[in-house]
Design a protein around this ligand. Sequence first.
Ligand SMILES: Cc1cc2nc3c(=O)[nH]c(=O)nc-3n(C[C@H](O)[C@H](O)[C@H](O)COP(=O)(O)OP(=O)(O)OC[C@H]3O[C@@H](n4cnc5c(N)ncnc54)[C@H](O)[C@@H]3O)c2cc1C
Ligand SMILES: *[C@@H]1O[C@H](CO)[C@@H](O)[C@H](O)[C@H]1NC(C)=O
Ligand SMILES: *[C@@H]1O[C@H](CO)[C@@H](O)[C@H](O)[C@H]1NC(C)=O
Ligand SMILES: *[C@@H]1O[C@H](CO)[C@@H](O)[C@H](O)[C@H]1NC(C)=O
Ligand SMILES: *[C@@H]1O[C@H](CO)[C@@H](O)[C@H](O)[C@H]1NC(C)=O
Ligand SMILES: *[C@@H]1O[C@H](CO)[C@@H](O)[C@H](O)[C@H]1NC(C)=O
Ligand SMILES: *[C@@H]1O[C@H](CO)[C@@H](O)[C@H](O)[C@H]1NC(C)=O
Ligand SMILES: *[C@@H]1O[C@H](CO)[C@@H](O)[C@H](O)[C@H]1NC(C)=O
Ligand SMILES: *[C@@H]1O[C@H](CO)[C@@H](O)[C@H](O)[C@H]1NC(C)=O
Ligand SMILES: *[C@@H]1O[C@H](CO)[C@@H](O)[C@H](O)[C@H]1NC(C)=O
Length: 616
Amino acid sequence: MPGLSSYLVSALSLASVALASPIAKAQLVGRDTSLLASYDYVIVGGGTSGLIVADRLTENSSKTVLVIESGNLDDQEDEVLVPGMAGGTGKKYMYNMTCIPQKNINNRTYSLLAAHVVGGGTVVNGMFFDRGSRGDYDLWEALGNPGWGWNGIYPYFKKSETFSPPDKALADEFNITYDPSAHGYQGVIKSSFPKFQYQAVKDWFKAFKQIGIPIPKDGANGDAIGAFWVSNSLDNDNQTRSYARRYYEEAKKRSNYHLITGKTVTKLVLSGTTVTGVEFAGSATETATKVSAKKEVVLAAGTAHTPQLLQLAGIGPKKLLESLGIKVVVDLPGVGSNFQDHPVLYFSGSFSNDYPINPALLTSNATYAAEQLALYRTKREGPYTISRGNSVAFNTLPQLSSQSIANNLMQKALSQNPADFYPAGTDSTILEGHKRQTELLANYISSGRVAIQEIAFGGSAGGGNGLEKPFSRGSININSTDPWAAPVVDYGVMSNPVDMDMMVQLIRFVWRLYDTPALQALGAKALTPDPANDSDEAIKAAIRATLTPTFAHPSSTCSMMRREYGGVVDSTLKVYGMKNLSIVDASLIPMTPATHIQSTVYAVAEKAADIIKSRQ
Ligand SMILES: Cc1cc2nc3c(=O)[nH]c(=O)nc-3n(C[C@H](O)[C@H](O)[C@H](O)COP(=O)(O)OP(=O)(O)OC[C@H]3O[C@@H](n4cnc5c(N)ncnc54)[C@H](O)[C@@H]3O)c2cc1C
Ligand SMILES: *[C@@H]1O[C@H](CO)[C@@H](O)[C@H](O)[C@H]1NC(C)=O
Ligand SMILES: *[C@@H]1O[C@H](CO)[C@@H](O)[C@H](O)[C@H]1NC(C)=O
Ligand SMILES: *[C@@H]1O[C@H](CO)[C@@H](O)[C@H](O)[C@H]1NC(C)=O
Ligand SMILES: *[C@@H]1O[C@H](CO)[C@@H](O)[C@H](O)[C@H]1NC(C)=O
Ligand SMILES: *[C@@H]1O[C@H](CO)[C@@H](O)[C@H](O)[C@H]1NC(C)=O
Ligand SMILES: *[C@@H]1O[C@H](CO)[C@@H](O)[C@H](O)[C@H]1NC(C)=O
Ligand SMILES: *[C@@H]1O[C@H](CO)[C@@H](O)[C@H](O)[C@H]1NC(C)=O
Ligand SMILES: *[C@@H]1O[C@H](CO)[C@@H](O)[C@H](O)[C@H]1NC(C)=O
Ligand SMILES: *[C@@H]1O[C@H](CO)[C@@H](O)[C@H](O)[C@H]1NC(C)=O
C-alpha cells in the first residue's frame, strides 16, 4: 500500500499520561504529540467496530487507547456525504481484492468489498440501517453464545442510534410506519428517512400485500419479516451520511485517545500464548514500530484481515500454518473458515406504464438531475436525499414458496454429509459446527422464524434478489507469510445445492410478484432472468451465469462459537487459547442475519465494549 500519508490524529497532547519513552516521532507527520510506548488497549483497525470500541473504552479517562488504521480519514467529499452519491468514491477507500474463480457460478470472480479508511464500511456503504429479526440473533445464542440472542443484543441496537421519525406528510402519503419504542434516541449514529420517495414504491408494497406477504409496522423491534420501511444512517439535520467517524469525532478530544492512520499492523507480538502488543508500518519497506498493550489487543480489522493477522501469528488451522512454515501457537481450525455473505441475483424488468418521475430520470435526464442536485444543496430535499432506498421485503421460505417445498428443501439439507463440502482432512470441529448450523438453520427456516430472501425496492422495475440464509460456506486464508499480500478469498458461493434450490424459489417468487394486479397496473414485465425459460435447469443456468456472490456483507471468518464447533472466540469475544486478545468486528458473526449488516456491527461492537470494560 504505497503512498499513504500517515499522521497521528489527536486534539490534545498525551504528555500528561505519557510513559517515559515516546517513540516513532518521525512518523507523526505534522503533530507535536508523541506515540506512547504502551497503551492499555491497542485496537487494530479504525473501521466501524474499532472506532466504537475505542470511544467506549476511552470514556474512562484512566484507560489509554491507541487505534491503528491502515487507511486515512475520508475527505468528506460529496460522494461520502450526499446520500444520492453514496458509493461514488469507487476504490479510493477500498482494498483491491478479488476472489478465486467460483466454480459453481461458471468460474467467475468478483471483488471482496472491504473498506480501507477511518470509519471503514460505513464511509462507503449504501446507508441501509435495518436490523435482522429476533430469530436471526436467537440463532447465535442457540449456537452456544449466552447473552447474544435478540433480547441480549436489542438494547445495543438502541444504544448506537439516534432516531428521527419521517416527515409527517411523507409518512402519511407513503404509509411509512414505525415503532417508536424500538429505537434509540441518544446514540452516536443518526437514523432517519429521506425527504422524498418514488410513487412506484406504493405499488410494490401493494404487490407484496396482494401476494400474501405481511407488512409489519417496523422491522426494528425484532419483527423484520415481511415488507417494511427502514431508515438510513442519515443525519436528519442536514441529510448527510451518519457514519462511524462520528464516534471518533465525539471522543477525539480525550487525552487518553490516540488514532494513527495510514499505518498497517503487520504483526501481533506474542509472549507464549499472551499477546503483548503489535507491530505496524506504513509500507513494506518502512521499518516496523512496536507498541505494547497492557491489557488487550482488540482486533477490528474486518472479515478479511482479522483472520489474516491471526494466521500470520500462528493462530489458525495447523495444516495451513505448517504448509507456510509458520510456527503453530494455537491450533484453531476455525480461523478463516465459515465465511458468509449474501449472494444476490440482480433481476431486471420494465414498467410500460411507469410514473413520469422515476429513479431512471436521474441518469437519463441531465437537466432534471442538475435541478434536483441544486434542490438538495439549497433545501436538503428531493431524490438526492435517498441513498439506496428505504423499502425492503424479507421473506421466509414458506411464505415465498410453500410449506411443503420448505420442508423438502430443509430435509435435503439435513440429509447431507458435511464432509462433502470441505477438503479432505478438514478438522472434525469444522464439520461438527457445519452440522450444528445446518440443524438450526433448517429448523428456523422451515418454521419461518427467519427470512431467507431480501428484495430491496426503490421504485424501479428491477432490483436485487438476495439469499439471506445460505448453507454454503467459504473461506479467507493466507497463502503467504507476507503481511502485505492479500489473503485468498473463496466465497464458496452455491457450493451447497440447497442454496441453488432456494435461489430458484426466490426467482420464481419475483416472477409471481410481477403478475400481481398492483405491478400489472404499471405494465410490469420481467426481463432477466427470462420467465420464458422457466425450467429449474434453465433458472439454474441463469444463476450460474449472473449471480453476484456478495451484497457487501462479508462476515464470520472468526466466528463466535464453541470451540468444538470450530469457533474462534467465545461469547466474551476472547480468542480461544490466547490471553489478552479479543475480536469485535463482523468476522465474529457466527451466522449472517437476514439484513444489511452495519447496524448489527454497531450493536455487536457496543456490546463488545461493555464486555471488555467488565473485565477490568
Ligand atoms: C460497499 C459496501 C456497501 C455496504 N452497504 C451496506 C448498507 O447499505 N447497509 C449496511 O447495513 N451495511 C452495508 N455494508 C456493510 C457494512 O458497512 C460492514 O459490514 C461494516 O462496516 C463492517 O464493519 P467492520 O468493523 O467489521 O469492518 P470495517 O468497517 O471494514 O473496518 C475494518 C478496518 O480495518 C482496517 N484494517 C484492516 N487491516 C488492517 C491492519 N492490518 N492494520 C490496520 N488496519 C487494518 C481497514 O482499513 C478498515 O478500515 C456495506 C459494505 C460495503 C463495503
Ligand atoms: C476507570 O478505570 C479505573 C482503573 O481501572 C477503575 O478503578 C474505575 O472504576 C473506572 N471507572 C469507571 C467509571 O468505570
Ligand atoms: C485500491 O485501488 C485504488 C485505485 O484504484 C487506490 O486508490 C486504493 O488506495 C487501493 N487500495 C489499497 C488498500 O491499496
Ligand atoms: C472451472 O475451472 C475448473 C478448473 O480450471 C474446470 O475444471 C471447470 O471445468 C471450469 N468450469 C466451468 C463451468 O468452466
Ligand atoms: C400500512 O402499514 C401497516 C403497517 O403499519 C400495514 O398493516 C398496512 O397494510 C399498510 N397499508 C398498505 C396500504 O400497505
Ligand atoms: C450535519 O450535521 C451534523 C450535526 O448533526 C454535523 O456534525 C455535520 O458536520 C453536518 N454535516 C454537514 C456536511 O453539514
Ligand atoms: C494481560 O492482561 C491482564 C489483565 O488485563 C494483565 O494483568 C496482564 O499483565 C496482561 N499480560 C501481559 C503479558 O500483558
Ligand atoms: C428533463 O427534465 C427537465 C427538467 O425537469 C424537463 O423540463 C424535461 O422535459 C425533461 N426531458 C425529458 C426528455 O424528459
Ligand atoms: C496466493 O493467492 C493469490 C490469489 O489470491 C495468487 O495470485 C498467488 O499466486 C498465490 N500465491 C501462492 C504462493 O500460492
Ligand atoms: C433459454 O435459455 C437458453 C440459454 O440457457 C437460451 O439459449 C434460450 O434462447 C432461452 N430461451 C428463451 C425462450 O429465452
